[in-house]
Design a protein around this ligand. Structure first.
Ligand code: SF4
Length: 361
């Protein structure tokens, strides 16, 4: 993944962001065509596998336990339900499934074992599997990679300076470390941000500068517009104009020509024309399905209609990298063997069982 050397300073990026809109979109479209097929847009599905009850205080998030948002929390979904949802998403044209759990961090427990199994199963369906599970260490990243994880999502959200106005329960550096752990394990990185949280243009560009400063920028950069949810600290934020989102998509595209720019949350507030400009400006992916974790999103059918009107085709899986191999997971194998042994013992026990004769006098 390369960066665009013509825009490697904050000042250059601010100037780019503020260019006359159509000039900016034209420049982004020209770059997009050099590195990507402009007729292809990936449809991805985002599934909340564990909702709500999170201990963190991200100011935009309805899943934080401390905010009263009326969200229906649920524990980790079963592996079977995830497979069913994945098959459904694939049948509707999605080539990538992103599984999100409202956790501060990954813990080595039976829920994580289930996530590993989910990754194995969804990878075996031939879909790109992405997870967003909070912070994770190197060993956990290796385990996910071994299961067949294609991408790990961990957003920086905003600039380093503005971050502390949005989140206080963990540091920017913690996030950078998780991104590094994913990359070291050979997992592709998906990391982006949210605009419309009250930040300045400098912060939007500051987010991009954080990626510029990485040895390798993210393979995917999702750009979200805040969906202000009642009960969160950001509930009163006015929705941003769609032009801001188009500017952010275009600037990101120009700065990181090889990465996939993902048009993410906030599409329900955009017109078809606004979304069309985002695709022209280099958005190479959308999230499909009526929910984005917990917030509304356009339905599959609406997106199919939009693709028809704009002459876009859903992108196939693994065009940006080989499908990872799923290897047996040590912990899951041990559990499986223990379960088989137990079943065998029960079976033998029932065969050897002799009913005691009771004589009734
Ligand atoms: S964004 Fe993630 S870490 Fe932050 S509160 Fe929501 S679920 Fe928790």
């Amino acid at each position: 993944m390369k960066v665009n050397p013509a825009y490697s300073t904050k000042e250059q990026l601010i100037e780019l962001y503020n260019k006359p809109l159509l000039e900016l979109v034209f420049e982004a479209a020209s770059i997009h065509r050099q590195f990507h097929n402009p007729r292809e847009v990936q449809m991805s599905s985002l599934l909340s596998i564990k909702t709500g009850g999170c201990s963190e205080d991200c100011g935009y998030c309805p899943q934080a336990a401390r905010y009263n948002t009326g969200l229906d929390a649920h524990k980790l979904m079963s592996v079977e339900s995830v497979i069913e949802q994945a098959k459904n998403a694939k049948a509707n044209g999605s080539s990538r499934l992103c599984m999100g759990a409202a956790w501060r961090e990954v813990r080595d427990n039976k829920d994580f074992d289930s996530v590993v199994e989910m990754v194995q199963e969804v990878n075996n369906l031939g879909m790109e599997v992405c997870c967003t599970l909070g912070m994770m260490n190197e060993d956990q990243a290796k385990r996910l990679k071994n299961a067949g994880l294609f991408a790990y999502n961990h957003n920086l959200d905003t600039s380093k300076d503005y971050y502390k106005d949005i989140i206080s329960t963990r540091e920017y550096e913690d996030r950078l470390q998780t991104i590094e752990n994913a990359r070291k394990a050979g997992i592709t990185v998906c990391s982006g941000g949210i605009i419309g949280m009250g930040e300045a243009v400098e912060d939007r560009v500051g987010l991009l500068m954080s990626y510029m400063e990485m040895e390798t920028p993210p393979n995917s950069i999702p750009i979200n517009a805040l969906v202000a949810v009642e009960g969160t600290p950001l509930e009163d934020q006015k929705p941003i104009e769609q032009w801001e989102l188009i500017r952010m998509v275009a600037t990101t595209r120009i700065a990181f020509p090889e990465s996939i720019v993902r048009l993410s949350a906030g599409r329900t507030k955009m017109s078809l024309e606004g979304q069309a400009l985002c695709f022209l400006a280099g958005a190479g992916s959308i999230f499909a399905g009526d929910k984005l974790l917990t917030t509304p999103n356009p339905e599959f059918n609406e997106d199919k209609e939009m693709f028809d009107i704009l002459g876009l085709n859903p992108k196939k899986a693994f065009t940006e990298g080989e499908q990872p191999t799923t290897y047996p997971d040590e912990v899951l194998e041990k559990k499986k063997k223990a379960a088989e042994l137990r079943a065998q013992q029960l079976d033998e026990g029932s065969k050897n069982f002799q009913a005691r004769k009771i004589t009734i006098e």
